[in-house]
Design a protein around this ligand. Structure first.
Ligand SMILES: Cc1cc2nc3c(=O)[nH]c(=O)nc-3n(C[C@H](O)[C@H](O)[C@H](O)COP(=O)(O)O)c2cc1C
Length: 192
């Protein structure tokens, strides 16, 4: 059975740029023959958090919440694509992440951050790493910061920057290693 990764993107802005980075990584996962689902808060239209998914009776959560829960549940890892808003992560991303809990447990995550400027969203990435640890999906050591995201990809997620092509291979190799290792470990049982 193929591995499955959720690509979790965090912006709902009309002029959003990070979607290009999400599309770039979608292609890279496809090249690796990994199944993926892009979870886009603009499409999923979750409300601001009232009840977490687990607080609903089985089958009674709103359809979109139920659908995302199922995708996260079947995922073997989570690839976060996060912009930097005032040195932290976008509110739509935090809202999306907070709706779910057990779905993340004992699976690895990896952080792609980006910004319009030259620092590639690294301050948001550091916050996100702490959040992911709390959610039960520890992030891999490597991060993938993208500076000037608006100039780095075309609308379909193609890049002419060979640096991103080369680095994405090493980054995803590391992520896949953890995905396989933790999947094997989960198959033997989880502590709780
Ligand atoms: C509310 C807000 C706050 C921002 N704060 C930062 C920031 O702290 N550091 C930074 O480098 N860029 C900042 N930016 C610029 C973003 O990096 C840039 O707009 C980026 O494209 C946002 O991601 P998105 O287009 O996917 O929404 C901010 C943008 C917004 C809308």
């Amino acid at each position: 059975m193929k591995l499955h990764v959720s690509i979790i993107y965090g912006s709902v802005r009309t002029e959003r740029q990070g979607i290009k980075a999400a599309l770039f990584f979608q292609k890279k996962l496809k090249d690796l023959d990994v199944d993926y689902t892009l979870i886009d808060p603009l499409k999923s239209n979750l409300p601001l958090l009232d009840k977490m998914h687990k607080e609903y009776e089985p089958g009674e959560a709103p359809d979109q919440m139920e659908a995302i829960s199922k995708v996260l549940e079947q995922s073997d890892g989570f690839l976060l694509i996060s912009g930097e808003y005032n040195h932290s992560i976008p509110p739509a991303l935090k809202n999306l992440l907070d709706h779910f809990q057990r779905e993340y447990f004992f699976k690895p995550s990896a952080i792609v951050s980006y910004s319009a400027g030259n620092y590639g969203g690294v301050r948001a990435a550091v916050h996100l790493r702490a959040i992911l640890a709390e959610l039960g999906t520890p992030s891999i050591s490597s991060m993938f910061p993208i500076a000037q995201v608006q100039n780095s990809f075309d609308d379909a997620g193609n890049t002419t920057n060979s640096f991103y092509e080369e680095r994405s291979k090493r980054f995803l190799d590391e992520f896949m290693w953890y995905i396989r290792a933790l999947k094997e470990a989960r198959n033997k049982g989880i502590p709780y």
